[in-house]
Design a protein around this ligand. Sequence first.
Ligand code: GDP
Ligand code: MG
Length: 182
Amino acid sequence: MEDNEEVGEEYLFKIVLIGDSAVGKSNLLSRFARNEFDTNSKATIGVEFQTQVVEIEGKEVKAQIWDTAGQERFRAVTSAYYRGAVGALVVYDISRRTTFDSIKRWLEELTIHCDTTVARMLVGNKCDLENIREVSIEEGKSLAEEEGLFFMETSALDSTNVQTAFEIVIREIYNNISRKVL
Ligand code: GDP
Ligand code: MG
């Protein structure tokens, strides 16, 4: 199926989750799509996606959100994973600086594989781990400003901002398309 295509009265947007292993990508998706959190989530190999329906301006928007499901451990996220994506959540773990240091590399990969108009959100996950924080909110904000990204700190564990982060990206994609149509 073509991404970013109008299906009857509906819209279908492909959104990818990227970022280092164990930053919480799978849990962000399960929290958003099923309101579930899995403390023992093992990285399974192979690409998976989930479709979530969101209503914007009375229109049904389907967000097809792709999860790397472990590919990133081998630095082997394929171009098929990125193909047709119109949105991306680029995730790090606020309690592990190395995952923040990797963000530039993930952004480069996104640039190689996706259109420049892809809606991008920088996500600092695990904000519930304040006591072992290694990356400040200010650092996250300033990187986002520098790179022209939306920014949000989230917690898949306690649900903080998870819904909002996905919805901002979905809304931005919708707005991009509406602008094109006009
Ligand atoms: P992925 O490899 O990026 O898909 O990361 P996972 O979703 O598998 O999560 C990796 C580990 O971090 C798991 O043990 C999760 O339980 C934990 N985790 C994920 N999100 C959060 C969060 O928001 N807060 C905390 N404290 N732990 C989290
Ligand atoms: Mg995963």
